[in-house]
Write a protein that binds this ligand. Structure first.
Ligand SMILES: Cc1cc2nc3c(=O)[nH]c(=O)nc-3n(C[C@H](O)[C@H](O)[C@H](O)COP(=O)(O)OP(=O)(O)OC[C@H]3O[C@@H](n4cnc5c(N)ncnc54)[C@H](O)[C@@H]3O)c2cc1C
Length: 463
């Protein structure tokens, strides 16, 4: 293919959950499509983000549970003859196996949709002239439509450049030996998810956060059970603290009172945010208007340059895989002639912390809302799977008067799986009365949704 010029209908740059979904949908719709990806199909999400992190979190859970059974000499009547041991290299091989399986699956789906996949780095000379550096040499592409899905990259701190013992989430998810001590800079969802997983694997973890509290973007009530877990499991927490550089002892930090000291850290994981990947591929040649650091798009994900579209993390918050995929599917349909616009009522967000947090729609109620909250302590299923005592709850926020549900949140073990139900209720415009009238299966965590709606109506049964 090298030396040739391809003139497809659609060129997608980036094979993450935005780009590969756009390419598959475009292919399904009969549009001749080329997808360029420098790394592996699946992008950040599949190869160094959502999936590998959740695999490590699962392994860490299992290790913590079995360690507890061994240490407590019969937790739930389960005894282990000896404490479990961890072969982290084997855990990582298992995680890599899942990534391989999914990435190969994406390749197969792209093939089935008749998408041409080019492995290499794409760069643009202008909005419609792209060259891809492949192993076989450069390939020129002059498409009718371009979909930019180049994603995002971890933000580096000047005082702690990545490399050696200073890790981004990518390196943390590829460690093959556990450090004894780990300092995590940034207590957003990525820092907390990974910090908690490493703590469960037996690492001494310290979190350093510049804001006043963990998960500063979330409502405080939702984050409290996570804070309690950190305290109960001796995870050191330095709030309103600034990370300095690396020192002989570990990580230098400065507290709000101006005290400076080092916290022990064989490794330092920096998770202070992600930035759109806008450099090194010729964006500046494409006459595209920016919105701060992000590519500016309208409600159809169109950029200011004709027939150039942008989706996913490169277009702004929330930088989440499911938003990228939804935008990708939509843009492919628009190019194929369908009338679509990106106008979700709510985009769910989940923290796979301990316990988990799910939030959809309005999180902070005001005088226009009525709120019902139901604790997992009073839910049979939660108690029967040890998910009842973590301070978890489900909260329903509805409009006063109409009773229309505009927000649903939960914090508790295993609540991530409630997210789809939450989105469905809000997107379908359900009211408190609708939920009150539904029969929820018993015993399930979902019964807490029913009860929280009853509570908002003033007649909860189980609390
Ligand atoms: C540790 C971690 C955990 C996460 N957990 C979750 C989670 O639980 N749920 C969730 O929704 N989100 C999660 N995210 C965020 C999620 O990964 C991103 O929102 C999502 O991957 C964005 O998709 P995207 O398609 O926009 O870009 P990306 O997935 O970043 O893909 C962009 C791709 O473009 C390629 N590329 C870029 N430029 C070029 C070029 N010039 N030529 C060729 N290829 C190029 C890159 O190699 C990359 O593969 C997590 C992220 C991290 C880091």
């Amino acid at each position: 293919m090298s030396g040739r010029t391809l003139r497809p209908r659609v060129l997608v740059v980036g094979g993450g959950p935005g780009g590969y979904v756009a390419a598959i949908r475009a292919g399904q719709l009969g549009l001749e499509t080329v997808l360029v990806e420098a790394g592996r199909p699946g992008g950040t999400c599949l190869t160094r983000g959502c999936i590998p992190s959740k695999a490590i979190i699962h392994a860490a859970d299992l290790f913590a549970e079995t360690s507890r059974a061994a240490a407590q000499g019969g937790h739930l009547g389960i005894r282990l003859a000896a404490p479990p041991t961890l072969d982290l290299a084997a855990t990582m091989r298992w995680k890599d196996g899942i990534v391989d399986r999914l990435s190969n699956g994406v390749t197969a789906l792209l093939r089935r949709a008749q998408v041409t996949v080019l492995k290499g780095w794409a760069s643009f000379a202008d909005a419609k002239s792209c060259t891809v550096e492949t192993a076989e040499g450069p390939v020129k592409i002059e498409p009718e439509h371009v979909i930019l899905a180049t994603g995002s990259l971890p933000v580096e701190l000047p005082s702690l450049p990545f490399g050696g013992d200073v890790l981004s989430s990518t390196e943390a998810l590829a460690l093959t030996e556990l450090p004894r001590t780990l300092a995590v800079v940034g207590a957003g969802y990525i820092g907390l998810e990974l910090g908690i997983a490493f703590a469960k694997l037996g690492v001494r973890v310290a979190l350093v956060e510049a804001a006043e509290r963990i998960l500063p973007l979330y409502d405080e009530l939702l984050t409290r059970p996570v804070l309690d877990w950190l305290h109960a499991h001796d995870v050191e927490l330095h709030l309103q603290a600034r990370a300095g550089g690396r020192s002989a002892r570990g990580l230098d930090i400065e507290t709000p009172l101006g005290d400076r000291f080092a916290i022990p850290a064989e490794k330092i994981l920096v998770t202070v945010g992600r930035k759109p990947n806008t450099q090194g591929w010729g964006l500046e040649t494409m006459a595209i208007e920016m919105d701060g650091r992000f590519i500016k798009v309208d409600e159809r994900c169109a950029t200011s340059s004709r027939n150039v579209w942008a989706i996913g993390d490169v277009t702004g918050e929330p930088m989440l895989a499911h938003r990228a995929s939804a935008q990708g599917e939509m843009v492919a349909e628009i190019i194929a002639g369908k009338r679509r616009r990106f106008d979700p009522v709510a985009i769910p967000a989940i923290c796979f912390t301990e316990p988990e947090i799910v939030t959809v729609g309005v999180e902070r109620a005001d005088e226009n809302h009525v709120v019902g909250q139901f604790p997992f302590m009073a839910n049979g299923r939660a108690l029967s799977m040890e998910a009842g005592d973590s301070g978890g709850f489900v909260r329903t926020v509805a409009e006063k008067g109409s009773g229309r549900i505009v927000g649903l949140q939960a914090v508790g073990r295993h609540v991530s799986e409630l997210a789809s139900g939450f989105v469905a209720l809000i997107e379908m415009g359900a009211t408190l009365e609708d939920v009150a009238g539904m029969i929820h299966a018993h015993p399930t965590l979902g019964e807490a949704v029913h009860e929280s709606a009853l509570k908002a109506l003033g007649h909860a049964i189980h609390v």
